[in-house]
Design a protein around this ligand. Structure first.
Ligand code: ATP
Length: 710
């Protein structure tokens, strides 16, 4: 490896300091004083590197996204991924490069001397791809010799051959540092320079209107003074032409702003949706969520378009106010314009209230519709035909009435306000016109002001109506937005051995230790679980029986960390949920009951291996295939034209009840966790399949808890 690159490498022991420096120089963590420096990882724990980098970044209120790419595309990756941490293998040791950014075609790297150094993309690419390329280069050179390729073409041909040979190999060991979507929204906006861009946008539009008005003043004055010759016209045309690049700049700034704002907002809402507590998700139902998704899309487009129109209209109104004040109408015109604006706001408020009522009704209808669609078969089979549509007419009638009210509120806003202002503006000009006291130029200025205010009002009314709709959408998605914020982790880093309860200082054979657990679904309701004590030792096979509704599935969800107990102590490998954090899920998993488990639309392989790294390795796919055969699904796999890559789910191959239940079982077993809970996973199986599946579970699960009604 090039000596210049070796000098830029950071040792593992200083990586925490390096990440902190990288984040600081990349402007990702301005408030460095309040952060806690992550403890370094030791070289012997290198297997935990990826988790450690993610944990250390979390400590700095950042997110480290692991990125992998085919070797052939690594150069491209280097150009696009920054700031990033890159792993470099130097002998047995792992060292690291800190990539700050790409500037004028060169990469900027932070060295251990804390200085920024420049380096070419090719040089860095060669250094990191070396371990992949060296083993095959001798063989390729031999081939080139045999093929009598002229020496001067070797470099070129070798590069192509290396690329071809390494096409299937992927490089790991690259982590992109960025602000997580859970960071404060304002900080994300400033990081993307959005406030600055908004200010620039307003300035461009102010300039645009200033110039536009100057143009009209120029031509108007020349016409009124009778000096409209070729020179004046040329000056006017030049002014108008110079508006074109400004218009383009304004449009570009506007779309870039909208894109970035939309991206940040979407990421935040998605993060919120994924972090929502299981209970509230269940409580709201699929229909409500569908409604929310629709509202979140509306929020983005309406808030941006509406907000932008209102800003532009405000600029126009300020200019119109100035012009009117200087015109023949003077104070009277200003007064009329203020009154008209007040009327506009009042009408928009009325529209907002009616829209609120209408939206709630629409969301309820969406919810009901989804529920009816889901339960359609049941209704056809069970519900009396006469009752089936009984309530629909009344609901639709109420919805129609609300829609009529909404139309009544929007019509004057869209159609009437700007046109009405034209009439009011002209009436305001009448006294000056009739009395003849004002000059022709003052009348012309007033007329220009009225027209500009008319344009502003039509933009403002559309914009305000869109903002009102965005406001309603916000009330629907604000919970998602707020649940997307999170504080950085405070827990100490745990190595894989510590999590597994097998580190040198802490060895435990007790996998689950629960005492006095209490859980209730609603704060005011009776507990479903009360005073539960249970100990599960590693390697045990346990059958959990009990009366229906006794709380077995609820207990399972506590043990796999999907729910938290209201009180009591629950330890996994001697560690509580606060200490283990997300790692709880890598230790304990369950195959939930049939009605709570799903085959997702995707390949069979994805459905089986979704708990592992995706895209899956060849080895993972073979393991999943072998397990399916053990569970008696071999014949099904043979029938499927694409085998493991067969599309399944709603729109794919329709699996039978028993097939699904075996895929759910395989999915849980393939996670290879220390504790596997199977919640009534065998209910749909015939005795022969049941025996096969049970044997498989006994063989594969490290510790097994089976919930069943034998
Ligand atoms: N969201 C909820 N709100 C209130 N009560 C709930 C909720 N979910 C479940 N319960 C109640 O909690 C109790 C325990 O349910 P759980 O599903 O854990 O029982 P179970 O022992 O697994 O039953 P089964 O053997 O019938 O599957 C039941 O009485 C159930 O009605």
């Amino acid at each position: 490896m090039d000596k210049a690159i070796v000098d830029l490498c950071w040792p593992l022991a200083r990586l925490g300091e390096g990440i902190e420096e990288l984040a600081r120089q990349a402007g990702l963590s301005p408030e460095s004083r309040n952060r806690i420096a992550p403890e370094p990882l030791q070289q012997q724990d290198i297997a935990d590197l990826s988790r450690w980098i993610e944990w250390a970044s979390d400590r700095l209120a950042l997110e480290a996204e692991p990125i992998e790419t085919p070797v052939s595309q690594f150069g491209q990756l280097l150009r696009n991924v920054s700031p990033a941490v890159l792993q470099v293998k130097t002998g047995e040791e792992s060292q690291f490069l800190l990539l700050l950014k790409l500037k004028f075609g060169k990469l900027l790297l932070i060295g251990p001397d804390l200085q920024v150094h420049r380096c070419s993309v090719d040089m860095l690419r060669a250094a990191i791809c070396e371990p992949f390329e060296i083993p095959i280069s001798a063989e390729i050179d031999h081939l080139l010799q045999l093929a009598n390729v002229p020496k001067q073409q070797w470099q070129q041909v070798r590069a192509v051959m290396v690329r071809e040979r390494l096409a299937g190999q992927r490089i790991r060991g690259c982590w992109l540092l960025r602000l997580p979507p859970t960071t404060g929204f304002w900080r994300q906006l400033s990081q993307a320079h959005l406030p600055r861009r908004a200010l620039l946008m307003v300035t461009v539009f102010m300039l645009l209107y200033g110039m536009e008005m100057a143009g009209w003043a120029l031509i108007g004055q020349a016409a009124l003074n009778g000096r409209l010759d070729f020179g004046w016209l040329t000056a006017w045309v030049l002014l108008v032409l110079s508006l074109i690049p400004l218009h383009l700049l304004g449009g570009w700034l506007d779309s870039m702003f909208a894109l970035d704002m939309g991206r940040i907002l979407k990421k935040r809402l998605l993060a919120g949706a994924l972090r929502m507590d299981l209970q509230s998700v269940k409580h709201q139902g699929a229909g409500q969520f569908l409604g929310r998704v629709m509202e979140s899309q509306a929020l983005e487009s309406l808030a941006l378009n509406g907000g932008f129109s209102v800003v532009v209209a405000t600029v126009e109104l300020v200019f119109a106010g100035f012009i009117l004040a200087y015109g023949a109408g003077g104070q009277l015109h200003l007064l009329l314009l203020t009154g008209w604006l007040a009327l506009t706001l009042a009408l928009v408020w009325r529209y907002f209230k009616r829209l609120q009522e209408w939206t709630l009704m629409r969301l309820d209808m969406t919810h009901e519709l989804v529920e009816r669609m889901v339960g359609h078969r049941t209704r056809l089979a069970q519900e009396s035909a006469t009752r089936r549509n009984a309530e629909e007419d009344q609901t639709v009638q109420e919805y129609l009435n609300a829609s009529k009210g909404l139309d009544g509120a929007i019509t004057p806003i869209i159609g009437g306000l700007s046109r009405g202002w034209l009439i009011i503006g002209l009436i305001g000009l009448a006294p000056a016109f009739i009395s003849g006291a004002s000059s022709a130029s003052a009348l012309a200025i007033s007329l220009g002001g009225i027209l500009l205010a008319n344009r502003a009002l039509s933009g403002a009314t559309g914009g305000l109506a869109a903002l009102a709709r965005a406001g309603i959408a916000w009330t629907q998605v604000s919970a998602l937005f707020h649940s997307g914020s999170k504080k950085p982790a405070n827990e100490a880093f745990l190595t894989a051995a510590q999590i597994a309860g097998a580190s040198t200082t802490h060895v435990t054979t007790k996998l689950i230790d629960a005492s006095d657990l209490v859980f209730r679904y609603q704060p005011q309701s009776d507990p479903v679980l009360r005073g539960v004590n249970i100990s599960i030792y590693k390697g045990e096979r346990i059958l959990l029986e009990g009366s229906s509704g006794g709380g077995k599935s609820t207990l399972a969800s506590l043990l796999v960390g999907l729910r938290k107990p209201d009180s009591g102590l629950l330890l996994l490998n001697g560690l509580d949920s606060h200490t283990l954090g997300e790692s709880w899920h890598s230790l304990a998993t369950e195959a939930p009951q049939f009605h709570e488990n799903h085959i997702l639309t995707g390949t069979l392989a994805f459905n089986l291996l979704m708990g592992r790294q995706w895209p899956a390795s060849e080895g993972d796919i073979q393991e999943a295939h072998a397990l399916c055969v053990d569970l008696g699904l071999g014949e099904l796999l043979e029938r499927m034209p694409s085998g493991m890559m067969q599309m399944v789910g709603e729109t794919g191959w329709q699996l039978s009840h028993g097939e699904r239940s075996r895929i759910f079982l395989a999915r849980a077993l393939l996670q290879n966790t220390q504790l596997t809970i199977l919640d009534e996973s065998f209910a749909a199986l015939d005795p022969e399949s049941l025996e096969k599946c049970l044997n498989c579970a006994f063989e594969r699960a490290q510790t097994l808890l089976v919930i069943a009604h034998p």
